[in-house]
Design a protein around this ligand. Sequence first.
Ligand code: BGC
Length: 264
Amino acid sequence: MSAVATASPYAAIGLDMGGSSIKYGMVDSEGKLVESTFSHAPTPAGAHPDAVAQAMAQIVADLRRTTGSELAGVPVGVTVPGIVIDGVVHSAANIDKAWIGLDAVALLGGVLGRKVSVLNDADAAGMAEVFAGAGSLDGKPRAGSTLVLTLGTGIGSAFFRDGLLFPNVEFGHLEIDGVDAESRAAARVIREENLSWEQYIQRLQRYLSHVEFLCSPDLIVIGGAVSEDHEKFMPRLQLRARIVPAQYNNAAGVLGAAHRAMDH
Ligand code: BGC
């Protein structure tokens, strides 16, 4: 047996925590997603931090088994659907409130036994889109102001100026017409309230017009599963900004999280 460890072809693991599933995958040294490692596992009911940490440990163990690699020293990037400052979570709209005030880097670093970076889910998805997806041009972030919105269980937002992220922007929680915006315009309401596209478009228009008024983006990138249906609603929205569907959709959070882990 050789005493020299074989270098891992994987540069980082990305774990993207959502209300119903944890998406995961690994990137190579060029930051490209290794497609065969991209998958998802259910988020434990209620998304309590301890249960999520155990589920993530299981995912990393599965990745070690399926790749046949120890993944020694391979860092992990994790997204959380809440405000994250210096590894500490400060809000939890759609997950267990036990996340609030929790040092997620300490918890997950301990359970996963490797270096962990933690960031907001929309910031992670936004970084993937702005650096290498729908918000980029020739492999670089587009100049100007770009707003990436993820429409899913909640509304996630990531705001960039010339590729520089302004972290933890929470435009999903703007109060519009007296209610929290994501309770009316997140994609989940389509199913929950059995909305027609016509009805959902009216809600999105009200929401996006207000957001556009507040921050005047040049480009709006729409992510989340609903962006797969972009032809049904995007052409009918009237905005000054150019609006485009996300490029990575499902994998954006995993990519952004893994890139953050590589950068650290
Ligand atoms: C949270 C955000 C998150 C978004 C999408 C919102 O409820 O407050 O932090 O990015 O949902 O998951």
